[in-house]
Ligand binder design. Sequence first.
Ligand SMILES: CC[C@@H](C(=O)O)C(=O)SCCNC(=O)CCNC(=O)[C@H](O)C(C)(C)COP(=O)(O)OP(=O)(O)OC[C@H]1O[C@@H](n2cnc3c(N)ncnc32)[C@H](O)[C@@H]1OP(=O)(O)O
Ligand SMILES: [Co+2]
Length: 133
Amino acid sequence: MKNIEHIGIAVRDLDASCDLYEKLLGTGCYKKEMVESEGVNTAFFRTGEHKIELLAATEESSPIARFLEKKGEGIHHIAFNVDDILVEMERLRQEGFVLLNETPKRGADNKLICFVHPKGTNGVLVELCQDVK
Ligand SMILES: CC[C@@H](C(=O)O)C(=O)SCCNC(=O)CCNC(=O)[C@H](O)C(C)(C)COP(=O)(O)OP(=O)(O)OC[C@H]1O[C@@H](n2cnc3c(N)ncnc32)[C@H](O)[C@@H]1OP(=O)(O)O
Ligand SMILES: [Co+2]
């Protein structure tokens, strides 16, 4: 695994949180994208070499809706860049981690992604990200 790609933050109201993070970070959101497969609307900010991903649920069955219901707003996941997601997924499987998808899926901002179950990572949901070429 390489550097942190983004930190995902679960929010209830994407527009209100975009205004808030614009003021907080002193920079505007550079991209908004809906990812239907995850049931989320996202907004991205650059902070130095990293990104902040705000996530709001688009439907009740979205993982973000469930998270907001149980834990409220806050840090939802940490995403790491990887060179080869298939190699990294196999390495993690061999190490005994539980992957939440068998094959990489399409994420936001031109990435292939895979999630690692938080029960095996000290309660932190981890996302792997590979650039789509
Ligand atoms: C925009 C696309 C993409 C990108 O390109 O960046 C994204 O970031 S999408 C982000 C949203 N998608 C996902 O989160 C997909 C992966 N998540 C899941 O598969 C599920 O959310 C889950 C982690 C398996 C949990 O689902 P489920 O078991 O159905 O939910 P529960 O509410 O019952 O929770 C069980 C258990 O897990 C704890 N939990 C849930 N979410 C998190 C979390 N984000 N971080 C830490 N812990 C989490 C939850 O609290 C429950 O714990 P216990 O109550 O102790 O059992
Ligand atoms: Co993410």
